[in-house]
Design a protein around this ligand. Structure first.
Ligand code: SAM
Ligand code: SF4
Length: 329
């Protein structure tokens, strides 16, 4: 089991498949991109599958989420999903993607065993999309979303970050659109994980702002008496249900006490938290021929040292060296 000193048990593994991306979202990456990881440093498909196998067979992982960077840019993605689907016990599998290229791959991913997708989309306006992502690909994302629903990669969740002065006024429009298309919308508070270190607490759109904006058009009723368990999203029924909307308020309403996550970067480092400043190397052990038991032990020890919280509330908070795209969001 991956348990820490606070008694939290990690059952959810986030696997970053690449640090590269075809968008340049302003809250994530600089316009010119980043220094990408060198190919020999990336885990191979075989190494990734082996680590996931250890995680599900020996360490109690029940859910695997593929992310990045943009995971659809990983050539071996479908093959990795196919192999993970044969592991015992079979974990639930999902993908967090910007949706570009999903139109082409959704059916193959479903056939390989992927259960569902989270697609990131921040705006319904192509011009705002271009300003936010620095690429003119709005239609590709909408097409990807439709393909995901058609391929039954459901529930299709949509992740939205609201940025002041750009799309902060779009929350009600986005919710009306999501309800109409049967997507489950979740707003994510902007976090200090951008490569440019441009995040400002004062400027961010908070959960409170988002809910106030949504309530101008919808009636929201808290789901599950405010108990969100380890799920990061607090959820509300929209106009009595059955549609829902979620808010992931990592900054203003942190959920660290219930966290059940462990993370693997594309270059084989374990991270106990998005905001951790330390990593534990598994790639070295893998490549030096360590047996599964030894790798499982390194992973267990790393998780034992997980900190109580993200430290975001602490005035001495220091942003991690790696940005979101290199950690795996
Ligand atoms: N490229 C894929 C995508 O965009 O969905 C997967 C990786 S991306 C890092 C995962 C999620 O993190 C996306 O929903 C994105 O909007 C979100 N994200 C990126 N930077 C963020 C930030 N600084 N604060 C909050 N969410 C962020
Ligand atoms: Fe790429 Fe996702 Fe970061 Fe946007 S949020 S730049 S799509 S990794």
């Amino acid at each position: 089991m991956l348990i820490d000193t606070y008694g939290r048990v990690a059952t959810d593994l986030r696997v970053s498949l690449t640090d590269r991306c075809n968008l340049r979202c302003t809250y994530c990456m600089p316009e010119e991109g980043l220094q990408w990881l060198a190919k020999p440093d990336l885990l191979t498909d075989d190494e990734i599958v082996r680590l996931i196998d250890i995680a599900v067979s020996s360490l109690g992982i029940e859910e695997v989420r593929f992310t990045g960077g943009e995971p659809l840019l990983r050539p071996g993605l479908v093959g990795i999903v196919e192999r993970v689907a044969t592991l015992e016990p079979r974990p639930r599998m999902s993908l967090t993607t910007n949706g570009i290229g999903l139109k082409r791959t959704a059916a193959a991913l479903k056939a390989a065993g992927l259960d569902r997708v989270n697609v990131s989309l921040d705006t319904l306006r192509p011009d705002v999309f271009k300003a936010l992502t620095r690429r003119d690909r709005h239609k590709d994302v909408l097409d990807g979303l439709e393909a995901a629903r058609a391929a039954d990669l459901t529930p299709v969740k949509v992740n939205t970050v609201l940025m002041p002065g750009l799309n902060e006024d779009e929350a009600p429009d986005l919710l009306a659109w999501a309800v109409k298309h049967e997507y489950e919308l979740r707003f994510i508070e902007q976090m200090p994980l951008d490569a440019q270190h441009g995040w400002k607490r004062e400027g961010m759109v908070t959960a409170e702002d988002i809910l106030a904006s949504l309530r101008t058009r919808f009636e929201l009723t808290p789901e599950g008496a405010g108990d969100r368990g380890s799920a990061p999203a607090e959820r509300w029924l929209v106009d009595g249900g059955p549609h829902r909307v979620g808010v992931i308020a990592s900054v203003t309403r942190p959920f660290c006490a219930a966290c059940d996550r462990t993370r693997l970067t594309a270059d084989g480092q374990i991270r106990t938290c998005l905001f951790a400043r330390e990593e534990t190397d598994l790639r070295g052990a893998l490549r030096s021929g360590a047996p599964d038991e030894e790798i499982a032990e390194i992973w267990t020890k790393a998780m034992w040292g997980k900190k109580a919280g993200s430290g975001l509330d602490d005035p001495t908070f220091l942003q991690p060296d790696r940005p979101m795209s290199a950690i795996g969001g």
